[in-house]
Write a protein that binds this ligand. Structure first.
Ligand code: ATP
Length: 798
């Protein structure tokens, strides 16, 4: 085998908290920008050696006289999931000293001088003896405590024989896992005698029993002196021996694993071909790492490993109740889904898709399904995935090619029948330059096709028909239509304060106490403290922020418990002292918003993927510019549908103005001044038709000068005829109205049936008024004043 040429100009990889010593193997994770740039060049130019310099601080730069180690690159693997990472397997060859830094971008390049250690025939007999003894002592210890990875241990003795004896001290220091500072000092000591004098005590300290090891190391004299040490030469062929050994041992290991794996027939053929090719390739060929990574991925895939499914519907009910509070409708549907599976095992059931706001337990219900079925669970986040290759992998011809997320998840699960949760399916990006991810996902979800799913990287079909897919989304509106067709959508609603309280007490708090090593004997939260967190510290449909706040309380109390004596326990957190931990309540007094004191203001209810929210509508007359026509001005980051519904509401009011006595016959509202309608929280996108009735009510209030009844909110689409059409998200809207203490809510008549889903505590406290027309809305909003029969009364107010 050819010796490795070591150039005088070396590209430099910098590392922190670690030191690569000559003779020692090391796995380096390359993350920094400059190091990644270097690895790119290594891959494209096929470099075999680089320089590695340890830096104390990430921000340090390399300079003249720095000492580093020439590193032989044994293997490079790259991953882009879950994030871009390159892992490099290296072995230190010899020390070098930087003579000049030639450039620093995109990565440092330095003129170096290789350090020639003293060795061989000229080495003093005493030094040689010490090193030999050290080797004899260290070998069994290294073997016993597993200080080196198994595959290196195997050839450790051979390596020691092949390497210059001067490396023994370096390898031993590496093996005893000395501190960063100690290793750095060893690296910088260019004189072998000094290295031995500094290193041997460290090794003795590691063994603990100093006197014994000292006599074994130095049988003839108490301390060595090192006369006669002179120059030695580094033989690069010695590095080769090391590389060869490492390469072979890995290959043998891989071959054995491939033989043991239970591949389907069509896969075995391809694997054998690749394995033969790998054996023929030089270890320096860039193809070597590519084929090796591929084979390692293939062998790790669970071709024939599956979990044994246990399904007992009765037990499933109990488990669902233990793991989740409430969610009755959802639990019922899951039980039906499971019951069908129990009766007909090979059924290609629907793909359940849980739709609801963040933090309502969609992911954790998916985990429970896996638990019930006794299968492994994996979650794939589809948010922002815009390339087909994310799902289906890259072809192996690309540098840094990777399998797709589906096979990654299968590999991580270790079984071929896990439950895979496709999270945020509504956030799937639309086709990138590399193909549409939707098409790939459709194939994954299609029971007719997914038994032959072909990932581009794997390049042979993998059977996905045993995988149970479950999906989640925040809103059904944005799920691509072809995918929506394959899903059975189940909505998971937000929680009322009472439900949140029970979830906190039964699930979130015990979980957080456990995670922080606390028990109820150390920390107790009173009910009013929990309600205060729910009402004043969080504003959400789910319970994610609530869980975070409870974690913050546990963290803070954990510190106090650690510092205090037992007689001060338990810490009782109540509504008064919670501010000491969580700071001022951010949503304190939010209900004040719900009192529209000025004419021209009305309160609507909106619904987004994040849950329900209050929508304030403000209308005002403003002087028009002279000589210009009066106009309608709309502001508040509105989508096109919302702009249109504002136009409809305005024109309805315009046409009904005479009937309501707002203008005299033949006059128009838009004659004298501009009308400005604004939707506060102007930085938040607003879209949809459901604000129609609210806008019309705000305008009626403006033109009549009558404030809208207090504690009233509304939702409904308005037509030009003045009809009120049904809208979505009624449950979420009523929940937010309840949270904010609203007394009355107007909803379209056609939404009456959705009231069956609303918790009784909400219906008990809010009066629901169902309407078919805008006239009925006005009747309620102005408490009877605004009906046509009050024509004259209104006219007199103008
Ligand atoms: N009904 C419930 N009973 C017990 N715990 C719950 C319930 N609902 C939510 N949780 C807990 O709330 C936390 C957040 O839930 P999870 O992560 O499943 O929300 P999600 O709906 O998947 O949110 P996202 O859409 O943001 O992914 C988890 O710790 C979960 O266990």
């Amino acid at each position: 085998m050819e010796p490795v040429p070591i150039p005088e100009k070396l590209p430099i990889l910098t590392i922190n908290n670690e030191v690569l010593l000559p003779g020692a193997p090391m796995k380096l994770e390359v993350a920094s920008f400059t190091n990644q740039a270097l690895m790119k060049d290594v891959l494209t130019k096929g470099l075999k050696v680089i320089g590695v310099i340890p830096l104390k601080d990430e921000l340090d730069v390399i300079k003249k006289e720095d000492v580093g180690t020439v590193a032989l690159l044994v293997r490079i693997s790259s991953f882009n999931y879950p994030q871009d990472t390159v892992i490099v397997m290296t072995i230190g060859l010899c020390r070098f000293v930087v003579q000049e830094v030639l450039s620093s971008t995109p990565y440092p390049l330095a003129q170096v001088e290789l350090h020639k250690d003293v060795y061989e025939e000229e080495i003093n007999e005493n030094v040689g003896k010490v090193l030999e003894n050290l080797k004899d002592i260290m070998l069994p210890v290294i073997e016993r405590i597993g200080l080196l990875p198994l595959q290196y241990l195997h050839h450790f003795k051979d390596l020691m024989d092949n390497f210059p004896a001067s490396y023994i001290i370096d390898v031993c220091i590496h093996a005893i896992n000395a501190s960063f500072e100690e290793k750095l000092k060893i690296l910088k000591l260019l004189d072998l005698r000094e290295r031995i004098a500094f290193g041997v005590p460290l090794i003795m300290k590691f063994f603990g029993n100093e006197s014994d090891i000292k006599t074994r190391l130095y049988p003839s004299r108490s301390l060595p002196n090192f006369p006669g040490v002179s120059v030695i030469k580094f033989k690069s062929s010695q590095g080769k021996a090391l590389q060869r050994h490492l390469g072979d041992s890995d290959l043998e290991d891989l071959e054995q694993r491939l033989q043991k794996a239970n591949f389907p027939e069509h896969v075995s053929k391809i694997i054998n071909k690749d394995l033969e090719k790998l054996k023929r390739l030089s270890p320096y060929s860039p193809d070597n790492a590519v084929i090796r990574n591929y084979l390692e991925f293939v062998v790790d895939l669970p071709w024939s490993v599956s979990s044994k499914e246990t399904l007992d519907v009765k037990a499933a009910k109990v488990l669902l109740d233990i793991e989740h509070y409430g969610m009755d409708k959802l639990k019922k549907r899951i039980i039906e889904f499971l019951a069908v599976r129990q009766l007909k095992t090979n059924v290609k059931g629907p793909i359940l898709c849980f739709i609801g706001p963040p933090g309502v337990g969609k992911t954790s219900i998916g985990r429970s399904i896996a638990h019930i079925l006794n299968r492994k669970f994996q979650r794939i986040s589809l948010g922002g995935v815009s390339n087909q290759s994310d799902i289906r992998g890259h072809r192996r011809t690309y540098i840094g090619a990777m399998p797709g997320r589906i096979l990654h998840a299968i590999k991580a699960a270790g079984t071929n029948n896990p439950v895979i949760l496709l999270d945020e399916i509504d956030k799937l990006g639309s086709g990138g330059y590399n193909g549409d991810p939707k098409a790939a996902l459709l194939e994954v979800l299609d029971p007719e096709q997914n038994m032959h799913f072909t990932d581009h990287y794997l390049n042979v079909p993998f059977d996905l028909s045993n995988v149970t897919f479950v999906a989640t989304a925040n809103s059904a509106r944005t799920i691509p239509a072809p995918l929506y067709d394959r899903l059975e959508v189940i909505s998971v609603d937000g929680y009322t304060s009472v439900e949140k309280y029970h979830i906190a007490v039964k699930h979130l708090l015990p979980k957080q106490l456990d995670l922080h090593g606390l028990g109820p004997e150390m920390l107790q939260l009173t009910d009013d403290a929990i309600y205060k967190i729910i009402h004043e510290y969080t504003k959400e449909a789910g319970v994610r922020s609530l869980e975070r706040k409870l974690a913050a309380v546990c963290r803070s109390v954990a510190v106090k418990v650690a510092e205090s004596s037992e007689d001060t326990l338990p810490y009782i957190i109540n509504a008064d002292n919670i501010e000491d931990i969580l700071g001022m309540a951010p949503y304190y007094g939010e209900e004040i918003l719900t009192i529209p004191s000025h004419p021209g203001v009305a309160l609507g209810l909106a619904w987004t993927g994040k849950g329900g929210s209050l929508l304030v509508v403000e209308a005002k007359r403003v002087p028009k510019s002279s000589g210009q026509k009066a106009k309608l001005i709309l502001t508040g980051l509105l989508g096109s549908v919302m702009k249109e519904s504002a136009q409809i509401a305005f024109n309805w009011v315009r046409s009904a103005a005479y009937q309501y006595g707002i203008v005299k016959e033949g006059n128009d509202l838009l004659e004298k001044s501009d009308i400005h309608i604004h939707f506060p929280e102007g930085a938040i996108n607003k879209e949809g038709p459901s604000a129609g009735v609210t806008i019309a009510t705000a305008l009626m209030s403006l033109f009549t000068g009558l404030p809208v009844a207090s504690g009233l909110a509304m939702t409904g689409e308005l037509t030009l005829q003045g009809l009120v059409l049904p809208v979505g998200g009624i449950k979420e809207k009523l929940m937010v109205a309840h949270r904010l203490g609203m007394k009355k809510v107007i909803i379209p008549f056609k939404c009456t049936k959705t009231l069956a889903d609303i918790p009784s505590c909400v219906l008990d406290e809010i009066k629901i008024i169902t309407v078919k027309t805008m006239d009925e809305v006005i009747e309620t909003a102005f408490e009877g004043l605004a009906s046509a029969s009050n024509h004259n009364l209104l006219s007199s107010k103008l």
